[in-house]
Design a protein around this ligand. Structure first.
Ligand SMILES: [Zn+2]
Length: 256
């Protein structure tokens, strides 16, 4: 899934120009800063974010303060599309990037006028639900080392390069385990060559070894993801100067 890791949101790029035109005038380009919380569980979705780069994880917060990740999204997804309802998860920026931001009320106005936007929401929800289901099974069945390798691969799919900016604390939150466990697991992954180095919040990976260390969930989820997002022929663009997206040609992304 190593494609379009720098620019362009796939959901937006798949919209016909007329449908994108319902949203584009209201977009603001924003920076997604590492560790920023875009929405907390229980809060209303006031803004919708369409990442063009970077990675966001959806986290479940447990009453004892522990957290665990349920899914990650990047340029293929969005945050807050379910609108004025309260968010059931907390959305945290794991890897910094940029996004197009629009108010939830503006987005839902456009949603009510466009079958293509409604389809984009459904596509996103299918992808997130698929991840929820697999992550639940993976958490119950697979060892923490294999699960960490899987999360690193999911994030690597959505960024450029082999160095992933993730602190031990962030890894601990993703996996729902103590930092001491993270330290041990990273040591094991280093010993196997799957992780080349991990210091100062930067994890350098060796992709082929990491794929060997991950459970089969990674490949199963990757294949299902490709079924949800068919062959991507998008050529999305973004205009940093205006902070607005340019209309893009319709593509096959939402054709299913
Ligand atoms: Zn698994």
């Amino acid at each position: 899934m190593k494609r379009h890791t720098s620019h362009g949101n796939r959901l937006l790029a798949a919209l016909p120009a007329a449908d994108l035109g319902l949203l584009a005038p209201y977009f603001k380009q924003v920076s997604l800063k590492q560790d920023a919380v875009l929405v907390r569980a229980g809060d209303r979705n006031e803004q919708v974010y369409f990442p063009h780069s970077g990675t966001i994880s959806f986290m479940l917060d447990m009453p004892n303060g522990q957290t665990v990740a349920t899914s990650v999204i990047g340029h293929e997804g969005a945050v807050g599309m379910l609108g004025p309802s309260r968010s059931t998860t907390t959305a945290v920026v794991r890897v910094a990037g940029i996004a197009s931001q629009i108010s939830a009320s503006r987005f839902h106005e456009a949603f009510g006028q466009s079958n293509a936007i409604e389809h984009a929401v459904q596509t996103h929800m299918r992808a997130v639900l698929m991840q929820f289901q697999h992550v639940a099974a993976c958490n119950a069945l697979h060892l923490v080392e294999a699960r960490m390798a899987r999360w690193l691969l999911h994030i690597h799919d959505r960024i450029d390069g082999n160095v992933i900016p993730l602190t031990q604390e962030a890894l601990s939150e993703l996996l729902g385990v103590r930092r001491t466990t993270v330290t041990l697991v990273v040591q094991n992954l280093r010993a196997s060559g799957a992780v080349r180095s991990a210091r100062r919040g930067l994890v350098e990976i060796a992709r082929p070894r990491l794929e060997e260390a991950a459970c089969e969930c990674y490949e199963v989820m990757r294949q299902k993801f490709e079924q949800i997002f068919p062959l991507d022929t998008t050529t999305p663009r973004i205009q940093a100067a205006t902070g607005r997206d340019t209309p893009c040609d319709r593509v096959s992304l939402l054709a299913k």
